[in-house]
Design a protein around this ligand. Structure first.
Ligand SMILES: [Zn+2]
Length: 368
């Protein structure tokens, strides 16, 4: 078991046994199965919040008040976003309500980002990306010893440049790192840069009604030829191959599917790609996409799905829901605003899938 910032990151040792869990930790009826009221097109928020609430390591961190020891008050959001998210997660897990309203959280996020203030529909991916950044910043108080420059790799140095030697539980759970390599086709000279990510944003293949997540991953990581790269080896402009590889895989891997794109006819509208995407519920293998230098690192490389943010309809007048696998119940549920219903695992894959939450952490029950 690894323990970072007070969170147990247990490496999977075998298939989870729910019967053992539920006999040790008797479950109060309805825990984690509380709906979120719609406050006027807030289904995009609700959908993301339910996926986060079904991330056991994050939920336990909130419910047990451990987050309170790590709040930053001197950052851009003054620790307010984690406080409201934690308060809401507590309400979702106390088993007292059929549904609750996220009014206080919505008020706080609206204060820091205007687009979340009104009653217009917003993009759940944009909300998630901004929320992750705020939550990380609100908890970014774990000091890391700076290491001497000679002993660290370029990837580690880039990670330290990003964190500024201050980490958070959000960083440890959700953030990975991408290596981008540009290689000259004439002399093979390489140049690499690194970037941290809290989710991967994948294109869907064009002209395919049915496609596989693996195709999207293969496209994303396949590399592309670029022209006019200033090669430091040849000292002139050359064609080069630009390729992405993962240099750090996070315990929770969030994958966004780029379903919306601007109308090529320049109408200002967004068009939605309705591809039916097939994606694995278990054992998604990320090994092929890991940078060679990092491939021997010890973290698991296969992931299981536990949350999906779904989008139905068009961008302007659409609706969001979440499908989440409850770690305490060991089965799937549909979270549609205030309504929560059981869902058969066979219904999780649908053409509405928009953001996928994968993890290599075992589905530990939330203990309070
Ligand atoms: Zn060259």
């Amino acid at each position: 078991m690894i323990c970072v910032s007070g969170v147990k990151l247990q490496l999977p040792t075998g298939p989870p046994t729910y019967s053992i869990y539920s006999s040790i930790f008797p479950l109060r009826r309805g825990r984690g199965l509380t709906g979120l009221k719609n406050l006027g097109n807030t289904c995009y928020m609700n959908s993301i919040l339910q996926c986060l609430s079904n991330t056991p390591q994050l939920t336990e961190y909130c419910i047990t008040d451990r987050y309170k020891n790590f709040i930053s008050r001197s950052n851009k959001t003054n620790g307010q976003v984690i406080e409201e998210v934690a308060a809401l997660i507590k309400e979702l897990w106390n088993g007292n309500y059929k549904s609750v309203a996220s009014k206080d959280l919505r008020y706080v996020v609206g204060q820091y980002q205007k687009i979340f203030r009104g009653v217009d529909q917003q993009d759940s991916h944009e909300f998630l990306t901004i929320l992750m950044d705020w939550l990380h910043s609100d908890l970014q108080t774990l000091l890391v010893q700076p290491r001497t420059q000679e002993t660290i790799s370029a990837a580690e140095k880039a990670w330290m440049d990003f964190t500024k030697y201050k980490e958070s539980v959000i960083l440890h759970l959700f953030y990975g790192q991408m290596k981008s390599t540009v290689k000259c086709v004439a002399c093979n000279k390489e140049s690499a840069t690194y970037e941290c990510f809290s989710n991967l944003s994948l294109e869907l293949p064009p002209n395919a009604n049915v496609c596989y997540l693996k195709q999207c991953m293969d496209m994303y990581f396949s590399g592309e030829r670029i022209h006019g790269w200033n090669c430091p080896g040849c000292k002139t402009k050359r064609d080069a191959i630009k390729k992405l590889d993962i240099s750090k895989l996070p315990p929770v891997l969030v994958v966004h599917l780029k379903r919306f794109y601007a109308d090529p006819a320049d109408t200002g509208a967004y068009i939605k790609k309705q591809n039916y995407l097939r994606f694995p519920l278990e054992n998604m293998d990320m090994t092929p996409y890991i940078a060679r230098a990092e491939s021997r690192s010890i973290t698991p490389k296969t992931y299981n799905l536990y949350g999906v943010s779904n989008h139905y309809g068009s961008m302007e007048s659409g609706h969001y829901t979440a499908f989440c696998k409850s770690a305490n119940y060991g089965r799937w549920f549909k979270f549609d605003d205030q309504t929560v219903t059981a869902l058969d695992a066979s219904a999780v894959v649908s053409s509405a899938a928009y953001i996928l939450f994968y993890t290599w952490l075992p589905p530990m029950p939330v203990e309070t």
